[in-house]
Ligand binder design. Structure first.
Ligand SMILES: [Zn+2]
Length: 223
């Protein structure tokens, strides 16, 4: 095993959730701006934290980008191709601005549906067309992906490998290792505070924890 242990921490919307919700319980993944800034301050002090933002909400560009820049941080952004340019979401210009500012832009698919449930006829739209659309907006190639709803199985991972993705992010709430192809992440939720983020996402693994993490992830990837 190479690489150092790291914690991937992901955010969704910041501020006031979209009305109506686009998915049931979407509001659970929206954080207030003040909570976001406090969690970001905590993350900025941590040496081995990698940040990401899913779903391509407009708050990525309006709130997250300037806050990251003020703190000298970078992050991975995973917009949804079909939502680009629709109300409340990033558009081509703001995706481009993220990339120009040194952020990594990846793909979160076309229509925000679990890739485990996508019929074979739509797989290309989710894994290839969406990626091309986002790359066009960003003005650079896209080679990272975040699985919608954290859903994956062996077939999904195989398709992502075949499609040539360099790194794939999930939502397994486990520590990660730098350089690994599969990167589990923790999701910050509406009621999180710097204290809960520290307790839930940043505590050191107990002895033996790493072997357990590895075994767990391997089992999940082979379902
Ligand atoms: Zn999502």
């Amino acid at each position: 095993m190479s690489g150092t242990e790291l914690r991937n921490i992901s955010f969704h919307g910041i501020g006031t959730p979209n009305e109506p919700e686009r998915e049931p319980d979407e509001h659970r993944y929206w954080v207030t701006e003040s909570a976001f800034l406090r969690v970001l301050d905590l993350c900025a002090e941590q040496p081995n934290v990698r940040l990401s933002f899913d779903d391509g909400n407009a708050s990525d560009a309006e709130i997250a980008l300037p806050a990251l820049q003020e703190r000298g941080l970078t992050a991975d952004f995973f917009p949804i191709a079909d939502r680009l340019g629709t109300p409340g979401n990033l558009d081509d210009d703001t995706v481009k601005a993220l990339a120009t500012a040194g952020m990594t832009v990846g793909t979160h698919g076309a229509a925000h549906r679990p890739w485990t449930k996508v019929p074979p006829a739509d797989q290309n739209a989710e894994l290839q067309d969406a990626r091309a659309r986002i790359a066009e907006a960003a003005g650079r190639p896209v080679d990272t992906a975040a699985c919608p709803f954290g859903a994956y199985d062996r077939k999904v991972l195989q398709a992502l490998r075949t499609a040539g993705y360099r790194t794939v992010f999930t939502s397994d709430a486990r520590p990660a290792r730098s350089g690994n192809w599969l990167q589990p992440r923790y999701s910050v939720e509406a009621d999180d505070t710097p204290e809960t983020v520290r307790a839930r996402m940043l505590t050191p693994r107990p002895a033996g924890g790493r072997a357990v993490d590895r075994a767990w992830l391997m089992a999940k990837a082979w379902r």
